[in-house]
Design a protein around this ligand. Structure first.
Ligand code: PLP
Length: 423
């Protein structure tokens, strides 16, 4: 047993499944989780000192790579003043100003500690604002682990649902309606049956948690129209896509304006942050001025706010352009490797990408809904992941997770990737 396996055995005794978030568990893969000791730029190092090019990047927040020099310097400066006050402080004002000035559809923002918290609050706010109860969610979109979002499609009418986790009440499941992506008729149908009581439709405008299921612009526009027509709110969950595909996320790219937007990941530069944002008319329903309660001991934590400020300040349009170009170079290398790979462990994979996100799938055709993802995806991913890990290339340890490219994945890293792939 090596050092990593030993540590995992100890961790399993102390922690359920040995991990603090299931996706870290390497479930279904050929080896136990790598225990990381350090990150630097586009690289991550395990406790045995093995170096990997990191395409997981903490599942997205580290858009500037590990230990960006400026972010680190400012965090350390803030640390010298204390790391939690539980009072008003100037950092959150600066981050709020920075975001609201640059993302025109937003008027107010509330910081929380995670994407899950942001979504949980957004749903409560939508219910409080509209006075309606039900939420429509799309099959294959992930919105964190709040009860009402851990729901899968039921077998009855379009939109019916059941819990996908134990511990969720039937009543809770009944208030979440599930519809397939890329199917406006199904959404319309759902509104025909439950329309009077639908508070909001929540969608990842760039679904990136069940593969990368890029939606057509017309479809997203259709979702906006249907929600407007039925006086329901539209929630864009931009926890991944916000500040990732452009500073203004999918709102900037599609010009579709949702009623509420949720953020996480990049907004805290790698520290625990989430946010709910929108027009003041809706946001003012939140406590202490409105009737919808929301709170947090560590919300707008000073160090997290500073990490967010210093990360966001560096996200210029040049950086987005460069990340997109480098992502193209990276996936071309992988695709060449797939073509030339002549082992029998896995069949050809194909890459799909949007800006600095990518995903590998075992079919050429584009996939727009979760029900079209080939059921044999894992059969190809498991050996591919293992071979890449041995070459010092770290993908997110799950076939359905996307890859993340940062500003630190520069020409030198791309040359290194080529060397590792083809040696
Ligand atoms: N929403 C989306 C779109 C996400 O991708 C995630 C996490 O990956 C969440 C919500 C939940 O965020 P967190 O893991 O910070 O709770």
């Amino acid at each position: 047993m090596n050092k990593q396996e030993e540590l995992f055995e100890i961790s399993k005794k102390l922690v359920p499944g040995g991990v603090h978030s299931p996706v870290r568990s390497f479930k279904g893969l050929k080896c136990t989780p790598r225990f990381m000791a350090r990150g630097d730029g586009a690289y991550i190092y395990d406790i045995d000192g093995k170096e990997y090019i990191d395409f997981c990047m903490s599942f997205g927040p580290l858009i500037l790579g590990h230990q960006d020099r400026v972010v680190k310097e400012k965090i350390v400066q803030a640390l010298n003043n204390g790391w939690s006050f539980g009072t008003c402080e100037p950092y959150s004002v600066e981050l709020a100003k920075l975001i609201i000035e640059k993302i025109p559809h937003l008027e107010q923002i509330r910081f929380v500690n995670s994407g899950t918290e942001a979504v949980m609050t957004a749903l409560r706010l939508a219910r409080g604002y509209t006075g309606k109860n039900k939420i429509v969610k799309f099959n294959g979109c992930y919105h964190g682990h709040t009860d009402s979002m851990l729901i899968k499609a039921g077998s009855g009418l379009a939109g019916t649902s059941e819990a996908s986790s134990k511990g969720i009440t039937k009543l809770m499941a009944e208030d979440t309606l599930i519809v397939e992506l890329n199917d406006l008729a199904a959404l319309d149908d759902c509104f025909k049956h439950f329309g009077n009581d639908i508070a909001a439709v929540i969608i990842e405008p760039l679904p990136a948690n069940n593969g990368l299921l890029i939606q057509d612009l017309d479809y997203l526009k259709g979702v906006r129209e249907i929600t407007k027509k039925n006086k329901s709110l539209l929630i864009f969950d931009e926890v991944i896509s916000g500040l990732r595909v452009a500073f203004g996320g999918m709102v900037e790219k599609t010009k579709i304006i949702p009623d509420i937007t949720t953020y996480g990941k990049i907004i805290g530069g790698g520290m625990p942050v989430g946010a709910i944002a929108g027009k003041s008319e809706i946001m003012s329903f939140l406590a202490p001025i409105g009737p919808v309660y929301q709170a947090g001991t560590l919300s707008a934590n000073p160090l997290a706010m500073v990490a967010g400020i210093e990360t966001l300040k560096q996200l210029t349009s040049d950086k987005y352009k460069l990340m997109k170009e480098n992502t193209q170079k990276i996936i071309k290398l992988f695709e060449r490797w797939f073509k030339e790979y002549n082992g029998s462990e896995f069949k050809m994979m194909n890459a799909v990408s949007d800006e600095s996100l990518f995903w590998f799938k075992p079919v050429k055709e584009s996939i727009k809904s979760a029900d079209k993802i080939p059921s044999n995806l894992m059969e190809h991913f498991v050996p591919m992941f293992d071979i890449l890990l041995k070459k010092g290339i770290y993908l997110a340890p799950n076939a359905y997770e996307v890859g993340f490219v940062s500003t630190a994945h520069n020409e030198n890293v791309i040359a290194d990737l080529e060397k590792r792939l083809f040696s």
